[in-house]
Write a protein that binds this ligand. Structure first.
Ligand code: NDP
Length: 314
């Protein structure tokens, strides 16, 4: 019956490298995991092109292809993958309760949180209004729409550098808007940006407004040293200023840090709630790599298994 409460030994929330790795380990440990993919099955790697730093892929692999492999491996051992979102949890008792967006209540002995992180936005009214009308947080997803047009990227980290380099292959001119006089990105990525002829870096520059009614026409920027305002004509505006952890639904139960990352007991995946474990970018504000996410997904499944054995559930 649709609304009958289900009970599972191990529930995994999220479907990036952390969630799928937890699923592989949990399934092989006979925990019969049920994995809820969330709104973006595959997580952030679905909006990445080449992944060149994941061990085992000497020639690199496309992010979506890699996540497909992760999912297949999890399913091969019996993970029940559900393309739904968990929208509410209640971790007040020994049995952990969650609800899907459709209202289905599910109980679990153990929960692995691997909900990852999402792109941050500048918070401008024009940014919101022009989203999908030229404003995007993903060059790889949307860059093609701006082929042969000038675009801007805002941000100074590896993501911004990567997006600018990607767009430079499609667009005649890429304007990289950096708010300080230096970039946070790794040296190799900075060098790539600075050595690409059609990328212009605008240092000490902030975005005041994105201009255009029905579509992006230009961006109004401010030089923070001189205070001068100017307009850069662009058709696409890509926001690449970092990410925030997807942990809002847990905040009433799980200890989070000041930014919202889940706090775990050092060296483990344990949270402040017994039987609830955290892995991947939802609990990692430092490394945030696919391989570290996978590693912590493994830790979470092993910690959950140990917990279930202690409780006599498996
Ligand atoms: P980061 O947090 O590293 O960088 C965010 C950037 O955006 C900073 O330059 C920051 O400026 C700037 N920024 C933040 N808020 C604003 C704002 N309101 N207006 C203008 N600029 C703003 O995020 P990333 O997404 O770039 O990277 C996250 C992690 O992922 C990093 O550890 C990175 O190394 C990694 N990564 C690795 C890749 C790779 O190896 N290929 C690719 C992509 C990411 P400021 O410096 O002044 O704070």
């Amino acid at each position: 019956m649709e609304n009958e409460i289900q009970h599972h030994k191990c529930l995994i929330i999220g479907s990036g490298p952390a969630g799928y790795t937890a699923a592989v380990y949990a399934a092989r440990a006979n925990m019969h995991p049920v994995l809820f993919t969330g709104p973006e099955p595959g997580g952030q790697l679905m909006i990445t092109t080449d992944v060149e730093n994941y061990p085992g892929y000497p020639d690199g692999i496309m992010g979506p292809a890699m996540m497909d492999e992760f999912r297949k491996q999890a399913e091969r051992f019996g993970t029940d993958v559900r393309y739904e979102m968990i929208s509410k949890v209640d971790f007040s008792g020994p049995v952990h309760k969650v609800w899907t967006e459709a209202g289905q209540e599910i109980h679990a002995d153990s929960v692995v949180i691997s909900t990852g992180a999402s792109a941050k936005w500048l918070g401008l009214e024009s940014e919101k209004r022009l989203t999908n009308k030229g404003v995007s947080a993903c060059a790889v997803c949307d860059g093609f729409f701006f082929k042969d047009m000038d675009v801007a990227v805002v941000g100074g980290g590896d993501t911004a550098a990567e997006e600018a380099s990607y767009l430079a292959k499609l667009c005649p001119q890429v304007h990289l808007i950096v708010r300080r006089d230096e970039m946070r990105a790794s040296k190799v990525m900075q060098d790539r940006v600075l050595n690409t002829k059609n990328i212009t870096v605008h240092w000490n520059t902030t975005t005041e407004e994105i201009l255009g009614e029905e579509e992006v026409e230009a961006v109004r920027v401010k030089n923070t040293i001189t205070g001068d305002l100017s307009e850069i004509p662009v058709k696409g505006f890509f926001v690449a200023i970092g990410h925030k952890p997807n942990t809002a639904i847990f905040k009433d139960w799980i200890k989070l840090d000041d930014v919202g990352y889940i706090t775990t007991v050092p060296g483990t995946s344990r949270t402040n709630i017994e039987g609830v474990f955290a892995s991947g970018d939802a609990q990692d504000r430092i490394y945030r790599q696919a391989v570290t996410a996978a590693g912590t997904g493994c830790m979470a499944a092993l910690d959950a298994e140990r917990y279930l054995v202690e409780k006599g559930v498996v």
